[in-house]
Design a binder for this molecule. Sequence first.
Ligand code: CP
Length: 319
Amino acid sequence: MPKHLLSIDDLEKKDVENIIELSFSMLEILSRDIKKVPTLRGKSVGLIFFEPSTRTRVSFETAAKTLSSDTINLSEKGSSVEKGESLLDTIKTITALGVDFLVIRHRAEGFPHILAKLSGISTINAGDGKNEHPTQALLDLFTMMTRKRLRKVDDLKGATISIVGDILHSRVARSGIKLFSKIGMNVILVSSYTTLPKGIEKLGNGNIKIKTFFDDEFLKSDFVMALRLQKERHGNFYFPSDKEYNEIWGLDENIMVTLKEKNKDVVIMHPGPMNIGVEINSEVAYSEHSAIFEQVRNGVATRMAILYYLFSHQTQKTG
Ligand code: CP
């Protein structure tokens, strides 16, 4: 059981199974009339978001509050970082506030690792640049299971997920590749050569295939996850235009018809926020095959499970 969740590498398969099992329990709590349990009463979670976020920040806040924890919010805008305070001093300040958990999103890859080491506080990586987004990968895994009504992580062994789009700039893809291959899923990456980092397949556990176009193997996928074109990280032009990108790699109605012909139960996913008409079209995003809003709902349950799991580490150490 890890103290921090900075990368999928921090998790053994048993940890993944435990977090998924806990996510089912948390989902049950969230279905109650009174959505509150005292598990983290008297604890506090620092939510430090130095990059924009809707889903991750709000779901962590909801998760913490459902577990009766207090929350402290800090964003770059409005904090003393805007007045020139160094990140090290910001860390010292946050540590001095005496929070029990830190949830950090930052544009600098590896910053959550530095924060964890210097603060000594149980730290969760909520997205560091294009490096990793481990809680997203866990909620995506949980969503595949709820969607397919599976109860054991091993039930997904041998299933195929295709991740389509801007792999180069995607922390969601990096954590997903690591997690899905760790549990024995087959992972297909579909992307233009311009957004395929060299050696990306080495992140996985031997079950990774790379394609630059949609082919028959892709069309038989059990799950297809579109990635957002991360234009805020594009220093160069990677594609001639959004329109051409959409025509080649976008999930549109035509590709959806073919996907359904090959696998009538195919599930469409997207971590959000979506660029409708670029990497995914509305007929696909809002279709009955889409699990995109289940991913958002499941984000609260999975993040409750992660907070609880790390809390168990703390109580084990002190108990
Ligand atoms: N998927 C995800 O991380 O979304 P936000 O940027 O809205 O948190």
